[in-house]
Design a protein around this ligand. Structure first.
Ligand SMILES: NC(=O)c1ccc[n+]([C@@H]2O[C@H](COP(=O)([O-])OP(=O)(O)OC[C@H]3O[C@@H](n4cnc5c(N)ncnc54)[C@H](OP(=O)(O)O)[C@@H]3O)[C@@H](O)[C@H]2O)c1
Length: 313
């Protein structure tokens, strides 16, 4: 009882509250209940991630494009959104005013200038009680809350999604700001879980997770391409080599997620004594593939922290 109260005071209950709904070990993969959102959804920035999030939640029936408000600097870049029925503008303050939930989807170094412009716009006084969801790499909740304190009643959630959400196979972590309510968190979870796996995590882990899951697809594309290159080198046609490489990566990933076996065990199960696979693994180990991947994750996490610092300088 005392412990529960203490957890509530520290906000720790939120991390535990999510776990029973999760399948597998930590991730929420249970089929989400789909109820259309009544809120208007805004995107400040209309790049790859804004498109991936919006298309993904539209595809799952959470929103209609008429509920969507998008802004970015060039109106011609917003034509495709307009054709779909979204409300578009080059003025970020219109999106912040009209939408109830606003995704911040610009590059980190753009953020403070963009917020400053909104705060100095004639719409500023009407921007109140908004729920902001920042997907910016590295930008901390402390800095986001400081920037957004210009708008009364604003709450912020920091999230780190990835592009496979476009096909419903995303992997997103998120973390609430200090003024976020439980009902805000339920809304954020409802939005994110239709895009794939999602997990509430302490903020200190977000840069590391982002390096694995947000940058990870790029690392894996290189791996698939290289596997395909190897097939071509050994005489396969490119289309066939790529199809087999991608399907193999997907199958191996599912083996890891669904069997709960350690990767080393799964690897051992494929390596027969003196066989072809251990010969291939020997070649990989000589090239230090593991070290290269670990270095890639480390470099991405450090870069996220650096970008976050630059965003407020
Ligand atoms: N890509 C990923 O896989 C990924 C994953 C997780 C998180 N993120 C984060 O998501 C954010 C967006 O990434 P992204 O890949 O979507 O980048 P992006 O494709 O470059 O999109 C950024 C968008 O912001 C627009 N923009 C530039 N200045 C603006 C301003 N002053 N006001 C409003 N919009 C402005 C850009 O428009 P113009 O093109 O016309 O300049 C562009 O549409 C980044 O902070 C990144 O850290 C990305």
């Amino acid at each position: 009882m005392v412990l529960t109260r203490l957890f509530r005071l520290c906000g720790i209950h939120r991390y535990f509250k999510n776990v029973p709904q999760c399948h597998g070990r930590y991730f929420c993969t249970s089929p989400p209940s789909i109820a259309q959102l009544s809120q208007k959804i805004g995107f400040i920035g209309d790049g790859s991630m804004a498109k991936a999030i919006c298309r993904s939640i539209k595809k799952k029936g959470l929103i209609q494009y008429s509920q969507v408000y998008v802004s970015s600097p060039y109106i011609e870049n917003l034509d495709s959104w307009k054709e779909l029925g979204a409300n578009v503008s080059t003025d970020n303050s219109i999106v912040a005013k009209e939408a109830d939930i606003v995704f911040l989807a610009v590059k980190p170094h753009i953020l403070s200038g963009a917020i400053e412009n909104i705060a100095n716009s004639p719409n500023a006084a009407e921007i109140r009680n908004k729920l902001f969801i920042s997907i910016l790499a590295g930008v901390t909740i402390k800095d986001l809350e400081k920037l957004l304190s210009k708008f009364r009643g604003s709450r912020v959630v920091r999230a780190m999604p990835n592009t496979p959400m476009l096909i419903g196979e995303g992997c997103t972590v998120y973390c609430p700001g200090t003024t976020v309510t439980d009902s805000d968190l339920t809304i954020v979870k409802n939005i994110l879980e239709v895009t794939g796996m999602c997990q509430l995590l302490p903020e200190r882990m977000i840069n590391a997770v982002g390096a694995v899951s947000a940058s990870g697809p790029a690392f894996v594309y290189i791996f698939i391409e290289a596997l395909s290159d190897g097939g071509v080198r050994m005489g396969l046609h490119r289309d066939m080599a790529t199809k087999f490489a991608a399907q193999t990566v997907m199958g191996a990933a599912k083996m890891v997620l669904e069997t709960n076996k350690h990767m080393g065990t799964l690897k051992d199960e494929v390596c027969s004594a003196g066989g072809q696979t251990i010969a291939g693994i020997h070649a990989m180990e000589r090239c230090a593939v593991r070290g290269a991947l670990m270095d890639a994750v480390e470099a991405a996490a450090l870069k996220a922290a650096e970008l976050g610092k630059q965003s407020t300088e």
